[in-house]
Design a protein around this ligand. Structure first.
Ligand SMILES: Cc1ncc(COP(=O)(O)O)c(C=O)c1O
Length: 383
């Protein structure tokens, strides 16, 4: 059985967790969270990282804080791709802004950049790009568009840890970026997410919003300023902004500290597998769309067919061979009941191709030569 994902917690990771549980008196967010955030900032080559309880929470906090920081009005438009994860869009709605869906391109699976530019109106303030399934979006085009129209670029890297655009890791090009450590991703903290930025004041808002808006969450060097500013309020219960409770725990941070040590190795294995998969599908290039793999940090092994009948043939063969498949993220989101009012799915042609003719199978450190040979034999038999 080739599953979409398997347990990637190594025995040593579990032993570290068990040892931590035996020895600590503190389980809620504390020093281990800080240690993981520092390690992540070093790995990601960013200045500030804020650990939260999921990638979805990371997206919501990022949008809420960016809206507050840049004084963006309710109803402002946020350009989003129509193929991404749902909570990325619901974060826009929950922060009282309007998602404007844009079709994707079939090269890097990010925005159709011409349509993106055409979708800009006087109300547009943010471009929220998703680097989908480990493929870096075209940063040059996105930066040019955001500079030309004075828009804020935010990056959802929840599926693209370590993907690079011209040698720089994605997540370092926009004002802020998010990552997910859910267990199907490049590394896991079981549940977890990270928000990154190089802007200290914006990061302060991330930190506040993660934890109720409480002033005491800021770094100690900033406490006296607020004590003096609000002397009549107990500093420990001083709320500077509207917040959530999206904190993560010391336990999840301990897992993250161990997992990050494996991350480069995991990415290397994923990308080696991906190169073999490219060789395999090179035999059916007349049948599939081939995406641009420059700078990839492979999340999965995708198949986007030109015809639905070919897709169905391979889907059946994979089913018989016990190779688990799933839609490419969730297909064209406008087919989902919760987003239907935002547009007609059929007007988004490339997303609809991905929706109707696409699926992916898992890629991770458990995919080896034997499995790839098996994949080759299944595909060769079908076509
Ligand atoms: C592109 C993207 N954004 C956000 C998320 C949300 O992450 P989480 O599952 O950790 O909430 C996901 C989840 O897989 C995702 O794929």
């Amino acid at each position: 059985m080739w599953k979409l994902q398997e347990n990637i917690l190594e025995l040593k990771d579990r032993e570290h967790l068990a040892e931590f549980i035996r020895s600590t008196e503190r389980f809620t967010q504390f020093e281990k969270v800080k240690e993981f955030e520092r390690a992540w900032s070093v790995w990601q080559n960013t200045s500030y990282s804020t650990f939260v309880n999921s990638g979805s929470s990371a997206d919501l906090v990022m949008l809420d804080a960016v809206k507050e920081f840049y004084k963006i009005d309710d109803g402002a438009e946020v350009l989003v791709p129509v193929v991404t994860w749902t909570t990325n869009i619901t974060s826009v709605i929950q922060t009282k802004m309007s998602p404007v869906f844009v079709d994707i391109n079939l090269d890097d699976l990010s925005f159709d950049y011409e349509k993106l530019e055409r979708a800009i109106t006087s109300k547009t303030r943010i471009i929220l790009v998703t680097h989908l399934i480990g493929i870096p979006a075209n940063i040059e085009r996105l930066s040019a568009i955001s500079e030309k129209y004075n828009l804020i670029l935010l990056e959802d890297c929840c599926e693209s840890h370590g993907a690079t655009y011209r040698t720089e890791k994605v997540g370092n090009f926009g004002i802020a970026s998010t990552f997910s450590f859910y267990w199907g991703h490049h590394i896991t903290t079981v549940e977890g997410g990270m928000i990154c930025t190089k802007n200290e004041e914006l990061n302060d808002l991330f930190v506040l919003k993660r934890s109720h808006g409480l002033a005491r969450e800021l770094s100690p060097s900033k406490h006296q300023y607020y004590r003096d500013k609000y002397p009549e309020i107990d500093f420990n219960f001083l709320f500077l902004t509207h917040g959530y409770n999206f904190r993560n725990t010391e336990l999840h941070a301990v897992i993250g500290i161990e997992q990050i040590k494996h991350l480069d190795r995991y990415i290397k294995i994923r990308n080696e597998n991906h190169r073999e998969y490219l060789k395999i599908i090179s035999k059916i290039t007349d049948k599939v769309f081939l995406v641009d793999n420059n700078g990839i940090s492979s999340f999965c092994l995708p198949f986007i067919f030109k015809s639905t009948s070919d897709k169905n043939k391979l889907r059946k063969a994979f089913h018989d061979a016990e190779i688990e498949i799933r839609p490419i993220i969730s297909g064209n989101l406008l087919n989902q009941p919760c987003f239907a009012k935002f547009g007609n799915a059929n007007d988004f042609k490339n997303a609809q191709i991905v929706h109707e003719n696409g699926f992916y199978i898992g890629n991770n450190q458990f995919v080896n030569d034997e499995r790839l040979e098996f994949l080759n034999s299944v595909i060769t038999k079908v076509f």
